[in-house]
Design a binder for this molecule. Structure first.
Ligand code: HEC
Length: 128
């Protein structure tokens, strides 16, 4: 291959590599934001919603935040399985935000937001 043709090809490969890295980064940022701002800790919006102590606005805010996970790539594990878990989490959260705060709706959300169930399959293992 002539150099004049090789160079554009190399640029194309580099562009794809950079794009892939950026998408992976954004993906991580979206999930991280939901985890840290919505789910993590005893005082988290999720904990408050599950205890029944969240305001309507906070509940709606959490539903909106959780929805950003829609369409994210599974950082690990099977994508279809991850999509199912995310969809169930969004649906359960939406039901509660929509006014269903009975035991059944909260139980569904509690189950859908099970940290370990999702992390075991889809959170990358720490490299040390
Ligand atoms: C539907 C799936 C799912 C559920 C449910 C879930 N997580 Fe996560 N969580 C993830 C994924 C995926 C990652 C890894 C993100 C990455 O590394 O890109 C993660 C990462 C995290 C992190 C690390 C964030 C960082 O990168 O610094 C924390 C903290 C966390 N989750 C807390 C929780 C807590 C607490 C719960 C339960 C109340 C929970 N998560 C429930 C999918 C989930």
């Amino acid at each position: 291959m002539k150099l004049s043709r090789l160079i554009p090809a190399l640029f194309a490969v580099a562009a794809i590599a950079i794009t892939t890295a950026v998408i992976a980064d954004e993906n991580h940022e979206i999930i991280e934001k939901v985890m840290k701002e919505g789910l993590k800790g005893d005082e988290s919006p999720l904990a408050k919603v599950l205890e029944g102590g969240a305001s309507k606005d906070d509940t709606a805010g959490l539903a909106k935040l959780i929805k950003t996970m829609d369409g994210t790539k599974a950082p690990a594990g099977d994508q279809a399985d991850y999509d199912k878990k995310v969809a169930e989490l969004i649906a359960a959260m939406d039901a509660v935000a929509g006014g269903a705060t009975d035991e059944k709706a909260l139980g569904r959300l509690d189950k859908a937001s099970n940290c370990k169930a999702c992390h075991t399959d889809h959170k990358p293992k720490k490299k040390d």
